[in-house]
Design a protein around this ligand. Structure first.
Ligand SMILES: [Zn+2]
Length: 409
């Protein structure tokens, strides 16, 4: 009898505990974003995907969400992701979030696992996920996030390494530093060194690009004999994170003023898009001082497609470089191209200023061998899963090696 009484007291206490802490959904940390939240039932929520539009209110993209769910431990939670439709290059679409882009969740905001089942309703459209959290607080995101703080922690780890130099080449619209890293063995003579230039995270939702950056940095600075040889024979110039403001606020693909950082390379305005102005100046100053760029690469994510695109090189001067680079990339386990490489068009929207990507702009300005890679976030044919942070890091190392081999072998 006594025991039964105790159980009743415990049950009441548990009920009181859960009543005193209702389930809440929050986006109060770096990189977080969620739109309007509506409680449909006690453990069922409708979560808007916030989305962002450009400087003209066009090209709405709603493919970044990152929030915590608090107080739902051991409860059957249903979350409906809504407000998905958008526009890309001025064409309307049903949104980038579908049944193929299953969210990721974490119980410690560090280790991420894909949610294995979800139900996509294309007519609404709506992505419904169900889960029973094993922790009182969990985090949910479109892809495993990578923040400014994570990059800072990584760079702190490398502080004592003499082969890495850090420069600030400008400031973002909100005053954050724009970093340029240089990795090379300073004791080896510079004259014969190849120059490989990497650019990561022009679009803030594309956290996979940052995980690859981490993998590239860890490999390039390692004691691996190939990495040692690479530092001796090449200079790596690296923009590790091209939109620090967007990453901080949980943005999608536009800077603070609404400008797409992988457009506008033909219409650079240092007030509206100081990020592009700083990066472009660093590259052009380097080239105009008589130094070389043997290969430039910007790394992106898309939902479903994976490919290599070259500069808008109608004369084909970089055809053999593109083919060599593509072959080396294709030999890795982490790159699964959906089509052969091809040269970009001169601009993404004919007769409209402000529509050149970085590779289109750098080719127009200095005929640079500038390339772009897109990597998919959906189930990857070679990996047979949605790419995880470990896969991205491996790709970063594979990418740096392939770039170096493309110009040295
Ligand atoms: Zn992108």
């Amino acid at each position: 009898m006594k025991q039964v009484l105790w159980l009743a007291v415990i049950a009441m206490a548990q009920q009181f505990a859960s009543a005193s802490e209702p389930i809440s959904i929050r986006a109060n940390f770096e990189g977080a974003a969620v739109g309007k939240i509506v409680r449909v039932a006690e453990t069922h929520f409708r979560c808007g995907v916030k989305g962002e539009s450009d400087q003209d209110g066009r090209n709405r993209q709603a493919n970044w969400y990152y929030f915590s769910v608090n107080g739902a431990k051991d409860q059957a939670l249903t979350l409906d992701l809504v407000d998905l439709p958008g526009e890309y290059n001025y064409r309307p679409n049903r949104g980038a979030v579908t049944g193929d882009t299953l969210p990721w969740y974490s119980e410690d905001n560090r280790n991420w696992r894909p949610i294995e089942t979800a139900e996509y309703q294309p007519d609404t459209p709506l992505l419904r996920i169900r889960l029973r959290p094993r922790a009182n607080k969990i985090w949910i995101a479109h892809v495993p996030p990578y923040t400014n703080q994570q990059l800072q922690r990584l760079l702190d780890e490398f502080k004592s390494l003499s082969d890495l130099r850090q420069q600030i080449v400008g400031r973002t619209a909100q005053g954050r530093p724009m970093l340029l890293l240089t990795i090379t063995d300073e004791r080896a003579p510079a004259a014969q060194k190849k120059v490989l230039w990497l650019m990561f995270r022009q679009h803030s939702w594309e956290a996979g690009s940052s995980w690859a950056c981490e993998g590239a940095l860890r490999f390039l600075l390692s004691a691996d004999p190939v990495a040692t040889e690479m530092r001796r024979t090449a200079i790596f110039k690296i923009f590790p994170l091209s939109d620090p403001d967007g990453v901080a606020r949980g943005g999608v693909r536009f800077n603070t003023n609404g400008f797409d950082l992988n457009r506008n390379w033909d219409a650079v305005d240092k007030t509206k898009m100081p990020e592009i102005a700083a990066q472009r100046k660093a590259i052009l100053d380097w080239v105009d001082a008589g130094r070389r760029v043997d290969l430039f690469l910007t790394l992106h994510n898309t939902e479903t497609s994976e490919y290599l695109e070259g500069p808008p090189d109608a004369e084909g001067r970089y055809r053999s470089l593109m083919e060599r680079f593509f072959k080396l990339l294709s030999e890795t386990k982490t790159f699964a191209p959906a089509r052969p490489p091809r040269f970009a068009e001169a601009t993404t929207t004919i007769d409209k200023p402000g529509r050149m990507t970085v590779i289109q702009g750098l080719y127009k300005d200095r005929r640079l061998p500038a390339f772009l890679i897109e990597q998919m976030i959906t189930r990857h044919p070679k990996l047979a899963r949605q790419p995880a942070p470990e896969d991205r890091k491996q790709f970063g190392a594979d990418l740096a090696r392939a770039m170096w081999r493309s110009v040295t072998q």
